[in-house]
Design a protein around this ligand. Sequence first.
Ligand code: SAM
Ligand code: SF4
Length: 350
Amino acid sequence: MTVALGMPVVPTAHDPGPRPPVNELVDSFGRVARDLRISITEKCSLRCTYCMPAEGLPALPRDATLTAVEIARLVGIAARDLGVREVRFTGGEPLMRADLEEIIARSAAAAPGVLIAMTTNGLGLTRRAERLVSAGLHRINISLDTVDPQAFAALTRRDRLHDVLAGIQAARDAGLSPVKLNAVMAEETLAGAGDLLAWAVAERLHLRFIEQMPLDADGTWDRSRMVTAADLLAELSGRFTLTPVGRPDPTAPAEEWRVDDGPATVGVIASVTRAFCGDCDRTRLTAEGTVRSCLFGDDETDLRAALRSAADDAVIADLWRGAMWNKQAGHAMGAPSFARPLRSMGAIGG
Ligand code: SAM
Ligand code: SF4
């Protein structure tokens, strides 16, 4: 909020004021959260340099992570009482949970009509994709930054490209459609971005490139070295004719570009250089059961304690509403006052 005094504009702290008595997850800037991201584990089978430390995140204490029953109860509250329309399981790597099928089945039963999605690195999907679909999984995003095995191994610290490609095929064979690919942009993979796009177009997979955010556990992200959406488009334009088609869904962060004569498009998510915080409709739960209103907001509200102290659904829903009302305006990544969040991406859930 700013105060004009007939003098230079003076920025002041934003006062959210009293929360209106509505059921939905509204915030004091007028946004409504309908898209729930749930991290169900901090463990992962890869060690992407822009996300995890080489040794992985420290193990959470036993019982710190929400159970399948607790997750499904929160999904039910979100759908029934808070107006959430889509739930996405993420992590860490969701496939690290042996009870993922149970989490999905219980959540689907608790929230009929809600879209159930997952973001995954794809490792292990060959064995589980069909069961996940039978449990109630509707949509899948698989992360793939490069089709070059050496670059993949360097970026993820694991030589597993062939397993990810098999996982993508398994997702398609299980009937998941569309399968979307997420590629985080990095200096090491920029030269191979054209090969990745050509492969995705040939395979009829929808690819979205994402600007890397300062959420790596190692703390090495550097604004001056990051690959921007403009860098990527310059790289791809040497090989493809790209025609802008805008943002078909204003709540979806990707700007789409038609590739050559189409029909394929490629998405670019410019989280850093063209922030879309004003349209954000997300609410997040960490694996430990805290609500996080923003990727970059360290204020978290503990729902796990309420769940485990026999609080009823109305109390939990109201805690959640309170957490979202105080959501910050945006990530302020360009501001001198910007501070990296305490949790890294693998501990928040992307
Ligand atoms: N392990 C799963 C995967 O990789 O898809 C799910 C969790 S991962 C944290 C979710 C998404 O966040 C992935 O698409 C990943 O590429 C992206 N991601 C991780 N670190 C990021 C960063 N520093 N900036 C932008 N996106 C990031
Ligand atoms: Fe694991 Fe996903 Fe993070 Fe890569 S981006 S380290 S696959 S959680």
